[in-house]
Design a protein around this ligand. Structure first.
Ligand SMILES: [Zn+2]
Length: 499
């Protein structure tokens, strides 16, 4: 029945550990003993799940994505969730399960994804990508940590609660998406459609990494994203630079001059209104960043650059990538690119620009002010065409939010060390979608390591992180139930700048 996960041994473990609840006191030890006793089984389950080639980017393997969704649903049932089913979208299926046996108690929604990145280039894998292989305490295989292993941490922890206590301390809804690796094209429509089914007080996402091995961490901010394309049109066709040089404005030069106005010598973005709405990082945030084991010199070396001096001068490196916005040129082209010399004034030049946003910035406002800036600095003699797109806001959850503090306590219990709070300069589509559609606080509690090679050959999950993660999630539900009960369930996302 549960072959997709290769389920073994659960009943033997059950016989040793009964449900233990003494009055209001819950014996967490019995639940933790359960997950420790079942580690081998979890590893077998994860290995079996890795054999499912749920590559969402490959239409030839979409039946495998469906098989993976069905495997998750089967595993949810084994865990004891009340309702577990495959939910269809306009694309690939989502596995959904819930346990709603605590009326009046807070509800947590757990998000993860069961699709994986393609395995190419296959020749660089030491062991077959779709066979889980353990070497030196690490499980290698596509999806081991991104995100199958991290989804399984939750299912294992939910099962442990239900098997040892017969109940969970709060209501739980689990959403495991099948299109995260192709940019979640149908997820927002799904959220909007299933708003009622997915109603909850807090979202927990386990699809991130910690700062470093032995540095447990919680991600509390992600940046948003908007972009532009700028075309500068000159003469109707390329012109002879001898006959026309000195007569018409060169579109490449015009574009270069325009781009050069985007940044101050101090590294700050020179567009009026770009920083509107942003709050300065607090002293506590900057102190936390300064205390992290981050070696700028070594990082520069790894990137093969002399210095990490991009962005605003006078700010810490991680502050610049996590807590400050950036405006970047992503591509530029125009004129002759072939071999040898060709003496022309090109007809056009073109650039792609994007900005990563931080809390407080309104994507629509940023798109407008950058567009207006470019229009205002375009020289006469050329025609400008600008298109813009993207409306992904930054997401940040206050580190003082009761759910974040609960997650920090769970992580400290699971890994024996209090976590640090970190940000990420990147953007996670589904997290922004939860923010935009459901307006909920989110806890990003992932346990991957920075060198896990996600999306690359030899992806792995360190088994210490896997087992520590299962224990962390086991504690997390108790901590969240307690924290949200006493504080009253928070209903709104807290964006840093608005807090
Ligand atoms: Zn992922």
């Amino acid at each position: 029945m549960h072959t997709a996960f290769g389920l073994v041994g659960v009943d033997q473990a059950m016989k040793r550990k009964g449900a233990v609840e003494i009055g209001w006191m819950i014996d967490t030890d019995a639940t933790i003993d359960f997950v420790r006793a079942n580690r081998r089984r979890y590893l077998q389950e994860l290995k079996a799940w890795i054999t499912c080639q749920s590559v969402s980017a490959d239409p030839e393997r979409h039946h495998e994505v469906r098989r993976s969704a069905e495997a998750v649903v089967a595993r949810m049932r084994t865990a004891g969730l009340m309702d577990a089913t495959v939910l269809e979208t306009d694309g690939l299926p989502i596995a959904y399960g819930d346990w709603l046996g605590c009326p009046g108690a807070p509800t947590v929604l757990i998000y993860g994804h069961h699709d994986v990145q393609p395995e190419d280039p296959c020749a660089l894998w030491t062991s077959p990508p779709f066979e889980g292989t353990v070497r030196a305490g690490k499980l290698y295989g596509r999806g081991a940590v991104d995100d199958k292993g991290q989804v399984l941490m939750h299912l294992a922890a939910l099962e442990a609660h239900l098997r040892t206590r017969g109940r969970l301390p709060l209501n739980v809804k689990v959403v495991v998406e099948g299109e995260e690796e192709i940019g979640s094209p149908n997820f927002e429509t799904f959220l909007a459609r299933e708003k009622a089914r997915l109603a909850c007080d807090v979202v927990v996402v386990s699809d991130t990494a910690v700062f470093a091995q032995d540095v447990p961490s919680l991600t509390v901010s992600l940046r948003g994203l908007v972009h532009w394309e700028v075309a500068v049109h000159g003469p109707a066709s390329d012109l002879h630079s001898g006959y026309f040089g000195g007569l018409v404005v060169n579109p490449i030069e015009a574009l270069a001059r325009m781009i050069a106005t985007l940044r101050e010598p101090s590294g700050a973005v020179a567009v009026a209104g770009f920083y509107d709405g942003i709050r300065e990082p607090s002293d506590a945030e900057r102190a936390d960043i300064a205390a992290l084991p981050y070696d700028e010199e070594r990082e520069a070396q790894a990137l093969d650059v002399d210095l990490l001096c991009g962005g605003e001068h006078g700010r810490l490196a991680l502050e610049r990538t996590w807590l400050r916005p950036t405006l970047e040129l992503n591509g530029i082209d125009g004129g002759y690119q072939g071999p040898g010399a060709k003496t022309i004034i090109p007809s056009r030049a073109h650039a792609k620009i994007s900005a990563r946003l931080v809390a407080g910035q309104d994507p629509t406002h940023v798109r407008r002010v950058v567009r207006e800036h470019l229009e205002s600095v375009a020289p006469p003699g050329v025609r400008l065409e600008i298109s813009d797109g993207g409306d992904t806001r930054a997401v940040s959850t206050s580190r003082d939010h009761p759910a974040v503090l609960a997650a920090a306590r769970a992580m400290e219990r699971g890994f024996g060390k209090a976590p640090v709070f970190i940000g990420t300069g990147g953007t996670i589509g589904p997290v922004s979608s939860f923010d935009r559609i459901l307006h909920l606080p989110q806890v990003l509690i992932g346990v991957g390591l920075p060198d896990d090679a996600i999306h690359a050959p030899n992806e792995k999950f360190d088994l210490r992180q896997f087992y520590g993660g299962i224990e962390t999630m086991t504690y997390l539900y108790d901590e969240l139930a307690e924290a949200l009960k006493t504080s009253g369930p928070p209903r709104h996302a807290e964006r840093g700048a608005e807090a």
